[in-house]
Design a protein around this ligand. Structure first.
Ligand code: ZN
Length: 170
């Protein structure tokens, strides 16, 4: 069955330019388009909704408010840690990404805000929290997802953008 438009269960290839506050912060060009599985929340909800029903060759310009992207900035997501609790913490500098494991073994990724002699402040908000995202997208390819892709909730073809490590271990 050929796929002619974007719908749930379709793997979409697209080029895009992402602009925030007038500055380009991300892009995928035609030589290495981004692939995602439509309906699986691989991309922010506001962009996914704007792409519904589009066909190959369509261009989409969409402005996505924070509530349909990475949410609003939350002051409560900023935490301070004792430096001794962070392995390698002395080497960290503001702006670096850091992974912190909680008591249940869940790993959170955050951005280092401040490092003092004995403490470190980490912001766990997504880097684009509170931002309005402007996407310029062109749809360059559509195909049906296979059963394994539907099961995993992401496409498998292009690169290792979608991390399968956990699934492979099962
Ligand atoms: Zn997978």
């Amino acid at each position: 069955m050929a796929v002619d438009k974007i719908a749930e269960g379709v793997v979409v290839s697209m080029t895009y330019v992402l602009t925030v506050d007038g500055e380009e912060v991300g892009r995928a060009n035609a030589d290495e388009p981004l692939e995602y599985l439509h309906g699986a929340e691989n991309i922010v909800p506001g962009l996914e909704a704007a792409l519904e029903g589009k066909v190959i060759g369509d261009t989409v310009h969409v402005v996505v408010p924070p509530e349909d992207a990475y949410g609003y900035y939350d002051e409560d997501e900023v935490d301070e840690f004792d430096l001794e609790d962070i392995p390698g913490g002395e080497a960290l500098e503001p702006g670096m990404m850091v992974e912190v494991e909680d008591d249940d073994g869940y790993i959170y990724t955050g951005t280092v805000m401040e490092v003092t002699e004995d403490s470190i402040v980490v912001d766990f908000n997504p880097p684009l929290a509170g931002k309005t995202l402007t996407f310029d997208v062109q749809v360059v390819g559509l195909r049906e997802a296979d059963a394994e892709e539907l099961d995993h909730g992401h496409p498998h073809s292009l690169n290792d953008y979608y991390d399968d490590e956990e699934e492979d271990e099962e």
